[in-house]
Design a protein around this ligand. Sequence first.
Ligand SMILES: *[C@@H]1O[C@H](CO)[C@@H](O)[C@H](O)[C@H]1NC(C)=O
Ligand SMILES: *[C@@H]1O[C@H](CO)[C@@H](O)[C@H](O)[C@H]1NC(C)=O
Ligand SMILES: *[C@@H]1O[C@H](CO)[C@@H](O)[C@H](O)[C@H]1NC(C)=O
Ligand SMILES: *[C@@H]1O[C@H](CO)[C@@H](O)[C@H](O)[C@H]1NC(C)=O
Ligand SMILES: *[C@@H]1O[C@H](CO)[C@@H](O)[C@H](O)[C@H]1NC(C)=O
Length: 674
Amino acid sequence: MLPLFVSLIVLLLQPSHAASSTAADEFVYQGFASANLALDGLAVVTPGGLLALTNATNQAKSHAFHPTPLRFLNTSASTAVARSFSTCFVFSIVSSYDGLSDHGLALVVAPTTDFSTANAGQFLGLLNATNGTASHRVLAVELDTIMNPDFQDIDSNHVGIDVNSLKSEQARTAGYYDGGVFQELKLNSHKPMQVWVDYDGEAGQLNVTLSPVKVPKPQRPLLSRAVDLSTLMADPMYIGFSSATGVVPTHHYVLGWSFRMDGPAPPIDFSKLPTLPRLGPKPRSKVLVAVLPLATALLVAAVLAAVFLAIQRRRRYAEVREDWEEEFGPHRFSYRDLFRATDGFKDRNFLGVGGFGRVYKGVLPASGQEIAVKMVSHDSRQGVREFVAEVVSIGRLRHRNLVQLLGYCRREGELLLVYDYMENGSLDRYLHDKHAPTLSWHERFRIIKGVATGLLYLHEDWEQVVIHRDVKPSNVLLDAGMNARLGDFGLARLYDHGTVPQSTHVVGTIGYLAPELMRMGKVTPSTDVFAFGVFLLEVACALRPIGPSSGGGDDDGGRVALVDWVMGHHLGGSILDAVDPRLVGEYEAEEATLVLKLGLMCAHPSASLRPSMRSIMQCLDSGGSVPDPSHGYTSYSTMTALMQNDGFDSFVMSSTNPSSTDGASYVTELSGGR
Ligand SMILES: *[C@@H]1O[C@H](CO)[C@@H](O)[C@H](O)[C@H]1NC(C)=O
Ligand SMILES: *[C@@H]1O[C@H](CO)[C@@H](O)[C@H](O)[C@H]1NC(C)=O
Ligand SMILES: *[C@@H]1O[C@H](CO)[C@@H](O)[C@H](O)[C@H]1NC(C)=O
Ligand SMILES: *[C@@H]1O[C@H](CO)[C@@H](O)[C@H](O)[C@H]1NC(C)=O
Ligand SMILES: *[C@@H]1O[C@H](CO)[C@@H](O)[C@H](O)[C@H]1NC(C)=O
């Protein structure tokens, strides 16, 4: 069904009679609150001043007339002549169904306001089915939104000039000329539009012009028709609006209206017009229309960001935690705590690369305790469980000469070990860093005794034998009181698990590895003693176990084993010449001799001749006698050479950087040898 919106200016022209024209000829309504219009049917003026001609009631009609009649005829001449007039109004058609609307609206000029016999629907409340205009003549300008074939309508969106009939004298599709270009306007678009109806009495020409509000009156009218109103006008005549509904709920509104006889209609001030009510699904406010997509976008962005952050956070703090770890719960640190403790493992918290991994300093957020976190990378999933069990059991080791292991945390391919933080760092630095202060003999002897005490505890005094496997100065840490504490014990075990059957991993550091360990891969307390022997010599001489040739001893391509070099001095009868020259002779000769000889004894190539930690401890405590270490001695270089002849790859002297200062441990794989 086609909506019909007719704006009809109906002039119901009764047989004219002479009358003088003295009526008030002009009005402007910007809203109708105080207009006192003559209303009937559905028509109401809303509290806001809007003239609502129809509401959603079906098959009803309505009228609204200017309350007083106007003199449209000049009767002073012999034959009455229709006067020029001009009127304009702003209307809006609001349909509950987009694009569909009911019958239209008309501006009407008629001799009466009584339209009780007219019909609704397509008759626009102006006429009736029996063409009840026998006694009336009507002028109307219709704004029609239904194409009705009965009235030969041109389309469902047109403006027409009607005289005594709903069959228009002239009709055009609604729109306006913008310059020369025709712009169609949809009458039922909900948008307010303005209509001008201008009659030139002299020329007998009626013009109708349409435009959207805020667009100034177009130069060219939409309709222009020669109509002689002189024969149609009565005196006086009423001017007003008529509207009718069919079955589509439609609202016809008039927002403002002005009129002038003998001159152009006064302009309507749009800013003073009442606002149209919201209808149906509430039209979203402009602010909302602008803000909603933005807000939605922001919300979506925020949600995405939150999800992203959550995922990143999850990933960042991701840990590997398995059921079997339950029993180790108290020793387990959360990665998040460690991450926070170390400021996200920032460089400024980086302490160095220790045995097996990078070490960071941290402060536990909860307790404020200073910690060192070692990140040990491990690939094998195999053996992790045993290792963690061991770590935890090692965590139970408590000794003043051991660095306390506080706990651990597991991530994918990474194990984090948490230790007490040691203020004075590793011994290695004091021995080999030129910029570090030189340790006095007294301090060195104390450190040696401390390390020996720690090792003895590991070997003999704890409930099970723990072999350190990587005794060396860089694994000896100094606490605030310069007490020596052994660190990294047991770590080498991590690499034992998951061993490839055909090869033996020898874990430890080149130069500290006992010959039988290199040959057989056999780890015993005695291999720790060997490393301790090298350690003793290193502390006393401040030389690396394998270093550039320096004065005496056996040469091996410019490198010399410290053990052999000290042995050289011993055999030459001047073992004290080996003592660190930086001490400038300030040391206890007896203690130094003891330490050097004990060092040679411990580093003896024959494991069976090495003393146990307990007898070493006794020696250090009481200055007991040390057997001649040169007995059965084979030089380290010779041992190496022999092993190479045995088919071992050259790995000791040539595969490492003996002057390395990072203290890193080397994991050497000996294929074939057991
Ligand atoms: C329409 O207007 C008439 C007359 O004012 C009124 O009786 C009727 O309730 C109105 N209908 C609606 C749906 O507002
Ligand atoms: C009416 O017509 C007479 C004679 O044509 C003219 O003098 C007079 O100005 C007109 N009055 C109006 C109000 O147009
Ligand atoms: C109605 O009346 C007018 C004038 O009297 C006439 O021109 C028109 O054709 C009539 N319409 C119909 C549908 O009878
Ligand atoms: C049509 O209008 C005329 C004139 O007002 C009236 O006499 C007639 O009774 C109306 N017809 C109907 C069916 O209402
Ligand atoms: C009607 O329109 C024509 C054509 O644009 C114009 O010449 C004439 O002056 C207009 N008449 C009125 C009363 O506006």
